[in-house]
Design a protein around this ligand. Structure first.
Ligand code: SF4
Ligand code: SF4
Length: 208
C-alpha cells in the first residue's frame, strides 16, 4: 500500500514537470534537419584559410603550427627552393589525433589556420580523418577571419622636441636612485677605513 502511494506521488510530480513546460519553446533540435549556430570561438574542425580576394592559400609553410601541435596531428613538408623560400609540398591534419587545443591557431602569424564551428565530420573510416591541404582549404573557404597580416601597427618616430621637453621616464628615476645610494659593500669599506688601527696608539717617550 505504501509503495502504491509513493508511486502515485512520483507520477503527480512527473505530470507537474510536464505541465510546467507545456506550450513553451522546445529546447531540443531535430538534427540533422535543424542545426544550432555555433559561437564564434568554437573549437571544431581546423581549416586552412585563403585570401578573400585571390583565393590563394595564406599559409607560408613556416611550420610553426606543426611545432606547436602537442599531438603531432599536423604534418608539413616544405623544402626550400632555389630562391631560399619554402615551398609547401604537403600539409596534412589528422583529426584522429587532434585534441582541438587551438595552439596551432595561436602559433600561426599569417592568419592561415583557424578552428571553426564546423563539427560534422564523423566517419566510420579512420582514414577519412586525415585531411590533405585541398580538403582543409575547401572547408575553410567560407570561414570569416581577421587578417593579422593587414593589422600591423606602424610606429611613428617621436619628434625631437618631445624627447627634450618630456618628463624623465620612471626607469630613469629609478636608475638615479640606485646610483646615489651607497651599496652595502661600500658601507663596510668605509667603516674599516675610519676605524683607528690598534698600532697607531701614541707611544710614550720612554718606549721610543
Ligand atoms: S598554417 Fe600558419 S603556422 Fe602553419 S605553416 Fe602555414 S603559415 Fe605557418
Ligand atoms: S588544435 Fe591542437 S591538437 Fe589540433 S592540430 Fe591544432 S595544435 Fe594540434
Amino acid at each position: 500500500m505504501l509503495g502504491y502511494i509513493k508511486g502515485l506521488v512520483e507520477l503527480v510530480k512527473g505530470l507537474g514537470i510536464t505541465g510546467k513546460h507545456l506550450g513553451k519553446h522546445a529546447v531540443t533540435l531535430q538534427y540533422p534537419e535543424e542545426k544550432d549556430i555555433m559561437p564564434e570561438r568554437s573549437r571544431g574542425v581546423v581549416v586552412l584559410l585563403s585570401d578573400k580576394e585571390d583565393g590563394s592559400l595564406n599559409c607560408t609553410a613556416c611550420e610553426l603550427c606543426m611545432r606547436a601541435c602537442p599531438t603531432a596531428a599536423i604534418r608539413i613538408i616544405a623544402p626550400r627552393g632555389e630562391d631560399k623560400k619554402k615551398k609547401l609540398e604537403l600539409f596534412e591534419l589528422d583529426f584522429s589525433l587532434c585534441c582541438y587545443c587551438g595552439l596551432c591557431e595561436e602559433a600561426c602569424n599569417f592568419s592561415a589556420l583557424k578552428l571553426t564551428g564546423k563539427y560534422e565530420y564523423s566517419t566510420g573510416n579512420k582514414d577519412d580523418l586525415l585531411w590533405d591541404v585541398n580538403k582543409l582549404q575547401d572547408v575553410g573557404r567560407d570561414v570569416d577571419y581577421v587578417d593579422k597580416r593587414k593589422k600591423k601597427v606602424k610606429k611613428v618616430a617621436p619628434k625631437p622636441t618631445e624627447t627634450v621637453d618630456s618628463k624623465p621616464k620612471s626607469d630613469e628615476i629609478k636608475t638615479d636612485k640606485i646610483e646615489t645610494k651607497p651599496s652595502a659593500t661600500e658601507n663596510k669599506t668605509d667603516k674599516i677605513e675610519t676605524t683607528k688601527p690598534v698600532d697607531e696608539k701614541p707611544k710614550s717617550e720612554g718606549e721610543a
